[in-house]
Design a protein around this ligand. Structure first.
Ligand code: E4P
Length: 215
């Protein structure tokens, strides 16, 4: 399973990259705003800065909601750097834009996926990734993992190459569940990736080994 980091914070991206397990980055307008990145030029420069830190795919989201706007923005984003994947919302014009980009060889990530039907439609349009938001489903008392499982079954039934990019990951259990269900990617906050390291028996065992080594 690939690990993406879900942030626009350059220090956190670098920390995950330095760990040696990072396969890519996802951003969204809220994450960019959280870092105080404003203005088109600064936003585009920030995407390039992210691409310089990581080796893998970097999702950059359009903010237009009409086909022409999404195409214009997406083409500009794709020209920025070969690692850029154009992130498109799951709306009617978004599906048209994904189809357009797919035919032009521009990679896409269809975001805000909350149902298997939406994922199927995005895959049919040729999306490179679909992003089911599991944490936000959990927030409304709906098991996000059932969605991951359903999409995996559907994509495998028909051999869709669209990758399942589990998003809105909140904690390490989400990552483990995604791995068990066959999600291709989990995009996670740094805290969830680092939480995978922790086990009290590891700490206890290491303390004992180090103490014994001094004997
Ligand atoms: C990723 O592509 C999404 O933008 C992100 O995972 C959303 O996560 P949130 O629900 O924690 O905002």
């Amino acid at each position: 399973m690939k690990f993406f980091i879900d942030t626009a914070n350059l220090a956190q991206i670098k920390e995950a990259q330095d760990l040696g397990v990072l396969d890519g980055v996802t951003t969204n307008p809220s994450l960019m705003a959280k870092e105080g990145i404003k203005g088109q030029d600064n936003i585009l420069k920030h995407y390039v800065d992210i691409c310089k830190i990581v080796d893998g795919d970097v999702s950059a989201e359009v903010i237009s909601t009409d086909f022409e706007g999404m195409v214009r923005e997406g083409e500009a984003l794709a020209e920025l750097h070969p690692q850029i994947v154009v992130k498109i919302p799951m709306i009617k014009d978004g599906i048209k834009a994904i189809k357009y980009f797919s035919e032009k060889g521009i990679r896409t990530n269809c975001t805000l996926i909350f149902s298997a039907g939406q994922a199927l439609l995005a895959a049919k349009a040729g999306a490179t990734y679909v992003s089911p938001f599991i944490g936000r489903l959990d927030d409304v008392s709906t098991d996000g993992m059932i969605l991951i499982e359903d999409i995996r079954i559907i994509f495998d039934n028909y051999g869709y190459e669209t990758q399942i990019l589990a998003a809105s990951v909140r904690h390490p259990i989400h990552i483990i569940q995604c791995a068990k269900l066959g999600a291709d990617v989990a995009t996670c906050p740094l805290s969830a990736i680092l939480a995978l390291l922790n086990h009290p028996l590891t700490d206890k065992g290491l303390a004992q080994f180090l103490a014994d080594a001094k004997k």
